[in-house]
Design a protein around this ligand. Structure first.
Ligand SMILES: [Ca+2]
Ligand SMILES: [Ca+2]
Length: 278
């Protein structure tokens, strides 16, 4: 092998090595950028899904207010019991022959899903952005209605006439209602007539779109989220609207909103009433 050929081969070898290093650096940089891009896209999607879920709860709240204004009471939760074995039907579930539509004796359950057909909204609006039903908890210790007598189980049309409470002109006592905690030891001051719970990305404890009435995801094993899946949460005795956390020890991804006594009072004032019958 002559000298010039050897030098040429060496140069080519060196050039090839340099190119490989360059390529390796480029590959690493592309990898980092892709990872950053995916993380950003993932974060964006999570925020969007959370916002969509909150919007749906707002929509349900508005529909409940409209329903209350038109019917002078809040609807019972949907627990699927009136449709055999074909999934949740969106119709509120009442005790047949009970003192309907009085909530305290008329609802099959205090904890179920949003009765979307009863309140006149699309089924999709009763779902969160993860495809599970939003849980609807109604305070059934109060009637949340404006009349004291009801002629039948059927929804009155037009609504029952107002019957004054006794004593008249009294806005229902604010001491009753459901409690909501924004942290384990921090109770919100508002007294809730309704709590809406979306069970978040993990979906634990949510009723899903399965084909049976009982189709429900696995219940959460974590204390914080457990409270949002039962009618009577253990201490703290109320529903949890904690801050989002993805910590392994105590994750919390539920999206929780309430409809308070103040919201009901506002509706009543709009329709010229000051009293709630209890
Ligand atoms: Ca039903
Ligand atoms: Ca959850």
């Amino acid at each position: 092998m002559n000298y010039s050929k050897t030098v040429s081969l060496l140069k080519r070898s060196q050039n090839t090595g340099f190119t490989l290093v360059e390529m390796a650096v480029v590959v690493v940089i592309i990898g980092i950028l892709m990872a950053m891009g995916l993380a950003t896209a993932n974060s964006y999607m999570q925020n969007t899904q959370r916002a969509t879920t909150k919007d749906r709860e707002d929509y349900v709240r508005d529909a409940l207010v409209a329903y209350f204004t038109a019917n002078h009471r809040l609807p019972c939760p949907d627990n699927g019991s009136n449709v055999g074995n074909t999934g949740r039907d969106g119709v509120e579930d009442r005790v047949v022959g009970g003192a309907n539509p009085v909530v305290t004796s008329g609802c099959v359950t205090a904890l179920g899903t949003v009765p979307y057909l009863t309140i006149g909204i699309a089924r999709e609006k009763a779902l969160d952005a993860y495809g599970n039903f939003i849980t609807y908890r109604l305070d059934t210790t109060r009637n949340w209605h404006l009349t004291s007598t009801f002629p039948s189980q059927a929804l009155p049309n037009p609504p029952n006439p107002f019957v004054p409470c006794s004593p008249p002109g009294i806005i229902g006592p604010p001491v009753a209602g459901l409690s909501v905690f924004s942290a384990p030891a921090v109770q919100q001051t508002n007294v809730a007539a309704v709590v809406l719970i979306a069970h978040g990305p993990n979906g634990l404890g949510a009723w899903n779109q399965g084909t049976t009435n009982a189709s429900r995801n696995t219940l959460p094993a974590i204390a914080g989220e457990q409270g949002n899946t039962v009618a009577a949460p253990a201490a703290p005795a109320g529903y949890r609207a904690y801050v989002y956390s993805d910590s392994a020890a105590a994750p919390f991804d539920d999206v929780v909103q309430q409809m308070g006594l103040a919201d009901i009072q506002m509706v009543m004032q709009k329709i010229g009433r000051r009293d709630i019958c209890n």
